[in-house]
Design a protein around this ligand. Structure first.
Ligand SMILES: [Zn+2]
Length: 266
């Protein structure tokens, strides 16, 4: 990667920090149906509004040593963790796209990763995926794929729709067969948008992503049952596994498919 590439990766990493800071607001407020624009963030204990200098991603938390300036109440390390993770994802996706020479998908990967980080944490917190975020992913996906189509001149719409259909059938099927207990309706609403993006990248990545989500979800469910942390019927949020499977499909789906087909002699 040349120096301008490194500069772009650095800038997008910093932007990712700021986006992560906004995602903390989204994660706290969207499940409660509150506005993400106003009012300003407050300390939940002393209700003091956060000054600008205390609202700098990551840095403020470190300088304040994880405590409110007003009342010294501890501030959860989750805030800087979400910021750091988003920054790493944005920097990593940018580096990956520059290195592989396929920049057309980058806007979509950045936007969808931000939405999915928020959905991931909200599903762990509340065991549901709020409609405003799952439905936002559809227009984002369509616009992002159209940008990629314009950049590359390739429009793999048929595999994209096939991917969306596969994910809808697989996740909707589990939802239907389990009577809504193995899988929530939020998972069913989320799945086709993930399948659409993966299918656009390739049929292999769409299948790899779905299989990975299933395997991860199944492995964790069995692990929890064995550790007696969960009883059958305990709701385990499945959104994080769908999102994890999607990430593996995007990043490793194509090489994994090639390796598998190669081993089969194709
Ligand atoms: Zn306070």
């Amino acid at each position: 990667m040349n120096s301008s590439g490194i500069l772009i990766v650095g800038l997008l990493t910093l932007l990712g920090l700021a986006v992560g800071s906004f995602l903390n607001v989204v994660i706290a407020r969207v499940p409660l149906g509150e506005s993400v624009i106003s009012p300003r963030s407050k300390c939940p204990r002393c209700e003091g509004e956060l000054a600008n200098r205390d609202n700098i991603p990551l840095i403020s938390w470190l300088l304040l040593r994880g405590r409110c300036r007003g009342c010294s109440a501890p501030i959860s390390p989750r805030y800087p963790i979400v910021e750091l993770v988003t920054a790493i994802i944005w920097g990593g996706l940018t580096a990956y796209s520059i290195a592989s020479g396929s920049l057309g998908l980058l806007p979509l990967l950045l936007a969808s990763s931000a939405i999915l980080v928020a959905l991931f944490v909200i599903d762990l917190d509340h065991k549901r995926l709020p409609d405003p975020l799952t439905f936002l992913l559809y227009p984002v996906a369509v616009v992002g794929l159209a940008i990629d189509g314009l950049v590359t001149g390739e429009w793999p719409c048929v595999p994209a729709l096939a991917g969306a259909g596969c994910w809808l059938l697989a996740i909707g099927g589990i939802w239907f067969l389990s009577g809504g207990r193995g899988m929530g309706m939020g998972d069913v609403k989320l799945a086709p948008s993930l399948g659409l993006i993966l299918g656009w990248i390739g049929v292999g990545p769409a299948v790899v992503g779905l299989m990975t989500a299933w395997l991860l979800g199944g492995a964790v469910a069995i692990g929890l049952l064995l550790a007696r942390r969960a009883r059958s019927g305990t709701a385990i949020p499945f959104g994080p596994f769908l999102i994890g499977g999607f990430a593996i499909g995007v990043l490793a789906g194509a090489p994994m498919t090639d390796a598998y087909l190669g081993s089969m002699g194709f």
